[in-house]
Every structure is written in C-alpha cells, then in structure tokens.
Design a protein around this ligand. Structure first.
Ligand SMILES: Cc1cc2nc3c(=O)[nH]c(=O)nc-3n(C[C@H](O)[C@H](O)[C@H](O)COP(=O)(O)OP(=O)(O)OC[C@H]3O[C@@H](n4cnc5c(N)ncnc54)[C@H](O)[C@@H]3O)c2cc1C
Length: 417
C-alpha cells in the first residue's frame, strides 16, 4: 500500500501551514482535499498573529505577493458611537497589520506555495474512513468524480478538514457548544462607497440594537464582504421575504452603514450558516491531531478562526516532527493544553461580548490606554502571550476593568445573557 509520513485531511489554511512546517523538517506529506481550489469559504478577516506563523513556515512571501487589502485594525460601531482599535497600539507589539482576503484566493495561494515546497496535494479526494493501529493509520478515501476507492498508510494523521470535521465525526468527538445557537447571513457586494475619512482596510463591526452584529470587510479588488450574525429570531423578524432582502434591510437599518452601502449590489446570492458553534471532547490521540475548525469553533466576532487554524497547525507540526524523530513528546500537554489556552481566552471574550460587558468596555471612550492596548493585543491574535493578564486570566482582568466603568457606560444589550 502507498505510504507517507503525515496524511493531512483538507488543504485549507490549517492543512497548508502544517504541511509547510513538516516539509521544512524533511517529512513526507500528503494532503487529501475533497474540493478543487479555488473554492469559496467564509472567514475573510485575518489577525496580525497569522503573519508570524506564515513567516515561520515560509508561506508569508506567497501571501505578500497577492496584494490583499492591508488591515490596520477594527472599528466598532454602536449607532452613531464608534471606537477604533489599531494594531499599532497593542501591548504585545509585533505585526501592526494583517489582511482582508477573499478566501478562495488566499487558500489557493497557501496551498500552491505548500505544493511548491513539496506537499503532495490531491484534489477531489474525500476522506471517508480512518483505521488507527500501532504504527499509524490507514486512510480510506474516494475520488469525488469517479467514486474510485483508494487507501494510503500514514505514520500520523492531521485533521484540517474544517467544517467537514472528519475525525470528530468518525471518532465521535463532537460536543454541543456552550455558546448560543446563532445564524449568519452573508454575501459579497460591489459599489461599497468606502468613506475617504476612514482607514480603508479596517474591518467594521456594527452592533444591532435588536441583538447581533454586522461585519464589513473591504477587499483590494473593490468588492466587500458583508454579513450579519444574530439569533435566529432577529434574522426571521428582519424586513423582507427572502434572505437577500432580510440581509439588505438589516445592513441599511444602521446609521453607520446607510450612506456607505446605499448603492450596494450583491455579487452572489446571500449564504446562510446556522449553528456554527461546536465543541470537542479532545484535540488529539496517539496518532492524530485535530487542527483549526476541526477542533472547536466559537464565533466569528473577533475574526479569530484562521488565526486559531494556523496557530494550531504550527504547534502540531512541531510536535509531530519531534514524534516522528523518536523524541519524547507529550501530545496532550505540548499541543492540546497549549492550544486550549488561546481558545479559552477567546471564549471568554466572545461570552463577554454577547453578555454586553465587553461592549461597555469597548465603547467607553475614557478607558485607560493600558487596558485598551492589552485588549487590542488579544484582538490582534496574540492570545498565547503569557505576559498579558488579559490573556492569562481574562476573567479577572476584564472584571477589574469593568469595575472602573461609570454607571452611564453600562447599556442594555439585546439577546440572552
Ligand atoms: C459566519 C462566519 C464568519 C467567519 N469569519 C471569520 C473571519 O472574519 N476571520 C477568521 O479568521 N475566521 C472567520 N471564520 C472562521 C473560518 O471560517 C474558519 O475558522 C477557517 O476557515 C478555518 O480554517 P481551516 O483550515 O481549519 O478549515 P477550512 O478553511 O474550512 O478548510 C478545510 C478544508 O478541508 C476540506 N475537507 C472537508 N472535509 C473533507 C474530507 N472528508 N476529505 C478531504 N477534504 C475535506 C474542505 O473542502 C476544506 O477545503 C468565520 C466563520 C463563520 C461561520
């Protein structure tokens, strides 16, 4: 039977980064990807931490060449009130920009660069089963065109299958999320009249008075990604008879977006994802590691998905390289415990966002710079920086910050607390 050192399921950012790192260590890597690239996927606003990882594995140059829109930070709106977070003002330092990327282009650029490094990427190959044994695993897959069944042996399996969640499904690892069931409705538009008095590349996050929020992500090709995230009833009760009309009415109800989006035209029918948050029982076994979205997915509000995907992939390739070299590794401690630190940090921010407390802090103008720049570090993806108390103990740090807020900074936020 054919064999390889590491079999990676999925050629998204997690799969490509893990492959590049393993190839740098001289390992043989095969990626099975069920789609043909370029393919659409949501998750288009990146965080500066991604640059560190892409640079470490030698993929950053491939992305620099793509002329993606540079993202200098995020602007949050609540009605007419706005607050800006700049990546130049983080306590961590590091990269002061990231990118806004149509994922079809970004993922293809990464996968092509990994292929150039030597990754054996096989498109239209869907993994259907994995049998683990003492030496590794036998992976069953089929050609999505002619349904031909094939098998390959690997010493280790990395699951970067994202929403496919191949190993979590096969090994019964999925658990319900402790976050609320939310819906996202989104599309790409043209005729986005980007205001000249704002920094063009920033993501806009606009809160909805009825609960939920909107994203506006500008691309360098002139199109813009727009979407709304909310409880199902907010979407159902929006004006309009179909998803396109509902999305339009939610976008145009907001004072901060009315002018900017007044002439927008959808370039594709709106898409809907429901109940995207999901938990996981464990992140690794003796011969496998779960990466990126195949682990736990929280919520897109802080654009942390791709950052978690590449961070997990980077850590995983380090651990697997050592394992294959016969070094003593504790996969649970060196991989799962490490990764969980950052995920747990983002979890607390997501929860505090939806209870409203984080929004009080965000929109309060007179917060000390020392609070803002440490929160901004987390928003830049530096969620594993142990020198930041907003990372190591976000619960206590946020609580202490909230205690400094005057009463008038505490507004009601719609939705479950
Ligand atoms: C509404 C919404 C908005 C979001 N916005 C953002 C954002 O602004 N910024 C951000 O960073 N993240 C965002 N995310 C999260 C982001 O989409 C993911 O975190 C990110 O795509 C994860 O990357 P990945 O490499 O783990 O998986 P993916 O990018 O999903 O790649 C997985 C790959 O595996 C392949 N695959 C699946 N099953 C199989 C199989 N059986 N065999 C072979 N191949 C398979 C798929 O075809 C796919 O190419 C958002 C998510 C949602 C739901």
């Amino acid at each position: 039977m054919e064999n390889t050192d590491v079999l990676i399921i999925g050629a998204g950012p997690a799969g490509a980064v893990a492959a590049a790192g393993l190839l740098n260590q001289g390992k043989r890597v095969t990626i099975l990807e069920k789609e043909v690239f370029p393919r659409f996927v949501i998750g288009e606003s990146l965080l500066p931490r991604c640059n560190d990882i892409l640079q470490k594995v030698g993929l950053h140059k491939a992305i620099e060449k793509c002329n993606f829109m540079k993202k200098g930070g995020a602007v949050f709106f609540r009605g007419e009130t706005r607050e800006q977070f700049n990546f130049t003002e983080t306590s961590h330092g590091g990269w002061d920009y990231s990118y806004q990327v149509p994922r079809s282009d970004f993922d293809k650029a990464l996968a092509d660069a990994a292929q150039e490094k030597g990754a054996d990427i096989r498109y239209k190959k869907e993994v259907t089963g994995v049998e683990f044994n003492d030496d590794g695993a036998i992976i069953n897959y089929q050609d999505t065109g002619n349904q031909k069944q094939e098998r390959i042996k690997a010493k280790f399996v990395l699951d970067g299958s994202g929403y496919g969640r191949v190993l979590p499904k096969l090994l019964d690892l999925n658990t319900p999320s402790d976050l609320e069931f939310r819906v996202s409705l989104f599309t790409h538009i043209k005729n986005d009249r980007r205001p000249p008095d704002y920094d063009e590349g920033y993501i806009w996050i606009v809160t909805l008075p009825q609960g939920g929020w909107i994203w506006v992500i500008p691309f360098s090709n002139g199109t813009t990604s727009v979407g709304v995230v909310a409880l199902p009833e907010v979407i159902n009760q929006a004006e309009g008879t179909d998803d396109d009309a509902k999305l339009k009415s939610l976008l145009l109800q907001e004072p901060s977006l009315k002018k900017r989006l007044s002439e927008m035209e959808f370039t594709m029918p709106s898409k809907k994802i429901e109940g995207y948050s999901i938990g996981i029982k464990k992140l690794c076994g003796d011969r496998y590691i779960l990466l990126g979205n195949a682990t736990e997915f929280l919520d897109p509000v802080f654009s942390s998905g791709v950052t978690l995907a590449v961070e997990s992939a980077y850590k995983a390739q380090e651990v697997v390289g050592k394992f294959l070299n016969g070094e003593n590794v504790d996969i649970q401690k060196d991989y799962a415990d490490y990764l969980s630190g950052g995920v747990n940090c983002f979890r607390q921010y997501v929860k505090a966002w939806y209870t409203g407390e984080l929004q009080w802090l965000f929109f309060y103008k007179n917060k000390p710079a020392s609070i803002k720049d440490r929160i901004c570090s987390v928003l830049a993806g530096y969620a594993w920086d142990k020198s930041n108390s907003y990372v190591t103990d976000p619960g206590s740090a946020l609580l202490a910050a909230l205690e400094t807020l005057p009463k008038e900074a505490r507004f009601n936020v719609a939705g479950p607390s």
